[in-house]
Ligand binder design. Structure first.
Ligand code: NAD
Length: 252
């Protein structure tokens, strides 16, 4: 028996990387998972197939987090197919490089649209649905340690993740009376397409590892395990929390 048997989850940006790791970890515990991305590609199909192989039900829904109408229909589609929504994981994100003096207005808007406005849209429709159901719910936002401490060269990214960190705390207060918990996970360096450029560069890799006391990079399943923990019924007293999963980076 899985720890999340019968639960229904949406994971945004789950065709690959951390989102895929979360989708699979939830499915392993018996959750039915809606896989999402802004495009339907091979990765999306493979993820939904891998989940089905675990014996869990899964569908793919194409929806762009920067479009409010898409996030509304993502939740509606989920409820139409699975009957309810218990867990919303806001994972979709991009990393726009640039220091404050090199970023353009377009760079800034693009970064904020996906990483912050997208979290707002998805949370809005998930909370509306969970309130309507009248049972407990879980919102899990994938922030970053860049939402807690500074990282050179990515000022818009840090600002967007700092926004997710604080949005999480505020929405937790608004939702506490409805038994909807709202938490964030703040990953350190995780091996995905987003970080492969840095990890493949010998000098950067060395420096990133030196800053990660456990001596290894994280894997998507490390974040998946943290998401399962926050999704459990037993985690109902945890809300407004930023769960750091960084191999010790911010403990130094
Ligand atoms: P990734 O690039 O491998 O995956 C990003 C995912 O987001 C993809 O599935 C992509 O399709 C999806 N996506 C992007 N724009 C979207 C949109 N507009 N609508 C819907 N989906 C969209 O990156 P990742 O490393 O797996 O990152 C996942 C999340 O984890 C991001 O929020 C990222 O900021 C965060 N994060 C990553 C790391 C890391 O080291 N990899 C560390 C901290 C936080």
């Amino acid at each position: 028996m899985g720890k999340l048997d019968g639960k229904i989850a949406i994971v945004t940006g789950s065709n690959r990387g951390i989102g895929k790791g979360i989708a699979i970890a939830l499915a392993r515990e018996g959750c039915k998972v809606v896989v999402n991305s802004y495009k339907e590609d091979e990765d999306a199909k493979k993820t939904a197939e891998e989940i089905k192989k675990l014996g869990a039900d899964s569908i793919f829904v194409k929806a762009d987090v920067i479009r409010e109408v898409d996030m509304k229909s993502l939740v509606e589609h989920t409820v139409k197919h699975f009957g309810r929504l218990d867990i919303m994981v806001n994972n979709a994100g991009i990393l726009v490089q640039g220091t404050v003096d090199t970023l353009t207005e377009q760079d800034w808007d693009k970064q904020m649209d996906v990483n912050l406005k997208g979290v707002f849209f998805a949370t809005k429709y998930a909370v509306m649905q969970m309130k309507k159901q009248g049972t407990s719910g879980r919102i899990i936002n994938i922030s970053s340690i860049a939402g807690l401490v500074g990282f050179p060269g990515i000022s818009a990214y840090c600002a967007s993740k700092g926004g997710v960190t604080e949005f999480t705390r505020e929405v937790a207060l608004d939702c506490a009376q409805y038994k909807i918990t709202v938490n964030a996970i703040n990953p350190g360096v995780i091996v995905t397409d987003m970080t492969k450029g840095m990890i493949n560069d010998e000098e950067t890799r060395k420096s990133l590892l030196e800053n990660t006391p456990v001596g290894r990079f994280g894997q998507p399943e490390d974040i998946g395990n943290a998401a399962v923990f926050l999704a459990l019924d037993e985690s109902s007293f945890i809300t407004g929390h930023n769960l750091v999963v960084d191999g010790g980076w911010t403990a130094r």
